[in-house]
Design a protein around this ligand. Structure first.
Ligand code: TEU
Ligand code: CA
Length: 551
């Protein structure tokens, strides 16, 4: 990347296009639908969009299985629609980052169709073939190798069967991805969210893994030996010529990895998504293995990177995306009685940390998880693969039911709730995935009219965020009560000014004493998710943001 820093002032909104807005009544969200909602996004105050895949694809994994990187899937529209969308975004001061899925393609990609034909096909080395598979399992809980009779060998797929991993060792593969990246940057795109980027390099020994759980073999494919070389190569040859940013989706990374990946002078990525804080309610980073939430653990996982990346690298700040369940109701919050307070508390607590905020579609109106009658109503491939796996294990029906309902990615993928008309105003016909049945009470139209809504709170929060951009960008972070199991309170301090966030992560009132500490300061209450503030006691899920300046 050019020496550019705009990503540090970006507020990024993720669009999952299938579920955002359908313009032509086929039940599937599309690019024209997105264009029709750009004024809504501008009004919200965001200044960058991350668009999940819209490329040509058989849609086995909703577009994360790409069969032509330079074409737009007809469900979403045409390349002309895409260019128009980009133009309309830029006109409104909104940048666009695309999803770059470079670890695998679809098995229907022409490279793979060739590759599987024979061992001497020119495209053979575009993928990873072995005569004998090792014991690895992949992210979706299946064996990571699939046999192909035609060429009597096995190909590697760390995700679905229809998502063969490409071979990054092959320089031709790297050239091809550089060309794809260049193609979109030349169209005017502002950067990329790089799908599972830290598994592109594999340990060439392909040793059997020994960890007994899901993801057997993971130490041989997470942060492989050439990861940093590949990222630097892409940077040097392509990204450095453009004013762009990248955010890498990195699974199972450590603080040290993150420093290497995001240090400015190493020219790899602008920032990465780290999943430590979304793993505090599970075991081993596997969301199906449910664990009771602990605020202390949550704070510890955020603190680690807030302190750890103080001088080097940069953080991303998020709760939700298209793979995570909804945040309201999670992290010890409540999605019924205190839904509004909870959603506001979550926003205030996360977005004044140091890093770039990401908001996932629907989060800004407090959309909730999908409540299905039967597990069969879920449509996601990961959900069904894992369900199958769980049924083969000695687990109770009750555990499986709860774990699948909790973990299914469909929770986040239900259509955006625009208004209280049929199909929540998402589409004029039956949507590809059912609408959450609470759309009459939770929708954008209603939120706009209600001064007290989560949406209007987000708008206010974003305005304040921009006003205090220097403090949010540079202020020194300090967790005031790392050991409290109810309170999350932190400072962002620079010179004689600071922002102070205090949040009560519980459904009971909580006594506080800390405001006394700031006697010599002039306080200004910037955000409060209740009408009043009692300086000695926070209400259930009350959260405040105060600006303090030395007198
Ligand atoms: O997700 C990568 C990833 O690690 C997920 O498999 C994650 O572990 C799981 O979905 C948690 O529920 C990325 C994309 O975000 C995801 O949508 C794709 O299915 C996957 O890569 C394959 O491209
Ligand atoms: Ca459509």
């Amino acid at each position: 990347m050019k020496n550019t820093n705009w990503f540090k002032d970006a507020i990024i909104y993720q669009i999952y296009p299938r579920s955002f807005k359908d313009s032509n009544g086929d039940g599937i969200g599309d690019i024209k639908g997105i264009i029709s909602k750009l004024d809504y996004l501008k009004d919200l105050g965001i200044n960058c969009v991350w668009l999940s895949p819209v490329y040509e694809s058989p849609m086995d994994d909703n577009g994360y299985d790409i069969s032509d990187y330079k074409a737009i899937h007809k469900d979403f529209g045409t390349m002309e629609d895409f260019k128009l969308m980009l133009h309309e975004m830029h006109k409104r001061g909104i940048r666009l980052i695309m999803d770059l899925v470079a670890n695998h393609t679809s098995d229907e990609h022409p490279w793979f169709k060739e590759s599987r034909k024979s061992k001497d096909n020119p495209y053979r080395d575009y993928y990873i073939w072995k005569d004998k598979p090792n014991n690895w399992t992949g992210f979706f809980g299946e064996k990571a190798w699939e046999y192909v009779e035609e060429c009597d060998s096995y190909y590697l797929h760390l995700f679905g069967k229809k998502q063969p991993d490409v071979n990054w060792e092959n320089p031709k593969v790297r050239e091809t991805y550089k060309d794809i990246i260049k193609f979109y940057l030349d169209l005017g795109v502002d950067g990329f969210r790089c799908d599972v980027i830290n598994v592109i390099s594999k340990d060439q020994r392909y040793k059997n893994g020994s960890n007994p759980l899901i993801l057997v073999g993971k130490k041989y494919f997470i942060n492989g030996p050439k990861l940093h070389d590949y990222l630097q190569e892409i940077n040097k040859d392509v990204l450095s010529n453009y004013d762009c940013m990248t955010v890498g989706e990195t699974v199972f990374t450590t603080l040290d990895d993150m420093k290497l990946l995001t240090a400015e002078d190493r020219n790899e990525l602008s920032m990465v998504f780290n999943f430590d804080h979304t793993s505090v309610d599970n075991f081993l980073g596997v969301k199906w293995l449910m664990r009771k939430f602990s605020l202390k653990r949550f704070k510890k996982s955020l603190d680690k990177y807030q302190y750890g990346l103080k001088d080097v690298g940069w953080n991303s700040l998020f709760y939700e995306n298209h793979d995570q369940r909804r945040s309201v109701g999670r992290f010890n919050t409540d999605d019924s009685k205190y839904r509004v307070e909870s959603a506001k508390l979550l926003a205030t607590t996360m977005y004044f940390l140091k890093g770039t905020p990401f908001i996932y579609q629907g989060q800004e109106i407090g959309m909730t998880n999908l409540n299905v009658d039967s597990l069969e109503d879920f449509v996601d491939l990961e959900t069904h693969n894992v369900l199958k796996l769980m049924k083969s294990l000695p687990l109770s029906k009750k555990y499986i039911d709860k774990s699948i309902r909790n973990g299914s990615r469909d929770n986040a993928r239900t259509p955006m709730q625009w208004d209280n008309t049929t199909n929540a105003g998402f589409s004029s016909s039956t949507p590809w995935l059912m609408v959450n049945n609470n759309y009459k009470s939770i929708n954008v139209e209603k939120s706009i009219k209600d001064d007290n809504s989560i949406l209007n709170y987000y708008k206010k929060l974003i305005k304040i965020y921009k006003k205090y951009s220097l403090l949010v960008r540079e202020g020194e972070y300090k967790d005031l009560y790392p050991n409290s199991s109810k309170l999350f309170a932190y400072e962002r301090r620079k010179d004689n000014e600071l922002l102070l966030v205090v949040s009560n992560f519980s459904n009971k009132p909580k006594k506080i004493r800390l405001l006394k500490k700031y006697k010599g300061y002039r306080p200004e209450l910037l955000l409060n998710n209740y009408k009043h503030l009692d300086e000695k006691e926070l209400k259930p899920y009350q959260s405040i943001l105060i600006h303090l300046k030395k007198k």
